[in-house]
Design a protein around this ligand. Structure first.
Ligand code: CP
Ligand code: NVA
Length: 307
């Protein structure tokens, strides 16, 4: 294992040992929640949101607090960022006050520009390209359910988006087979897929990207989906409805997965669009465990990342 990176901008910033180490600590923090910790004692962590958030915002605020630090949640509208100050200047200035910056923004370039100008650790709380903190919680949830990753398969159904990208990289790193079944024209980024395939070649995982949703879900262990129109794509929502309809996780589709398969969704969900209510509200859904694990996984990440 090499040294822990300064920033967590992509799943790919962590090697496999570091990733599993964060998951192990997340499990420990979950079982020992309530025992006071001082990992972030005397530290302030800025939480900057240029897009809405429920889970990420609240779980990071609680995570920092439970590690003994002080969270500072800020929406872009409250900052000069919302009036055009650059992300680089924002990163440089915040570094003079706080000990880490967690940011949700649009392009990955905004994140990398901020991180380049910041002297403190920067965490990706979702960009248009990746959602790496989500992937940590997703892996924690899969491992809780099945006890490990080897020989298991996760099938992501839907848009080849930020969540799909981080899942591809994360699954490949830990040796979890991963399929992405997407509508034509909505494939994940080819560079991300190529990187996931290269990682998988070393871990023995398989990576498959396909438009054949029935083939990808048949016999799988985890069915995962996300919204059809992500934040910032609201004006595409109507045209996406028709294209994505064959990729809805219906009761009939979910029934073709393995007998002990579970359903995951990063949330927020649109029942009747990407998933039927009977699936997400049914006995195989683990979506609220998954949401809870955001807290534990992010506590583990911050404990490792923030000096
Ligand atoms: N899954 C997730 O990141 O949720 P929020 O947008 O509510 O933070
Ligand atoms: N793909 C979604 C994830 C939300 C947590 C979005 O970017 O809006």
């Amino acid at each position: 294992m090499t040294g822990f990176p300064q920033d967590f901008l992509s799943v790919d910033d962590l090697d496999a040992d570091q990733l599993v180490g964060v998951l192990d600590l997340a499990d420990t923090l979950k079982t020992t929640r309530g025992s006071p910790r001082g990992d972030l004692a005397g530290r302030t962590v800025a939480l900057v949101f240029e897009k809405p958030s429920t889970r990420t915002r609240v779980s990071f605020q609680v995570a920092v607090t439970e590690l003994g630090g002080s969270p500072l949640a800020l929406s872009a509208a409250e900052l000069q960022l919302g009036r055009g100050e650059t992300v680089a200047d924002t990163g440089a200035v915040l570094s003079r006050y706080v000990h880490a910056i967690v940011i949700r923004t649009f392009g990955q370039d905004r994140l990398t520009h901020l991180a380049a100008a910041a002297d403190v650790p920067v965490v990706n709380a979702l960009t248009d390209t990746e959602h790496p903190c989500q992937a940590l919680a997703d892996l924690q949830t899969v491992r809780e359910e099945f006890g490990g990753f080897t020989g298991r398969r996760l099938t992501y159904v839907g848009d080849g988006n930020n969540v799909a990208h981080s899942l591809l990289l994360a699954a490949a790193k830990v040796g979890l087979d991963v399929d992405v079944a997407h509508p034509p024209g909505y494939a994940p980024d080819a560079d991300v897929v190529a990187r996931a395939e290269a990682i998988a070649a070393g871990t023995g995982a398989s990576v498959r990207v396909t438009t054949d949703v029935a083939g990808a879900v048949a016999g799988t262990d985890v069915v995962y989906t996300d919204v059809w129109a992500s934040m910032g794509q609201e004006d595409e929502a109507d045209e996406r409805l028709a294209v994505f309809r064959p990729y809805r996780v219906t009761q009939e589709l979910f029934a073709t997965a393995a007998d002990d398969a579970v359903f995951l969704h990063c949330l927020p969900a649109h029942r009747g669009e990407e998933v039927d209510a009977v699936v997400i509200d049914g006995p195989s859904a683990r979506v609220f465990d998954q949401a809870e694990n955001r807290l534990h996984a992010q506590k583990a990440l911050l404990a490792r990342l923030v000096p």
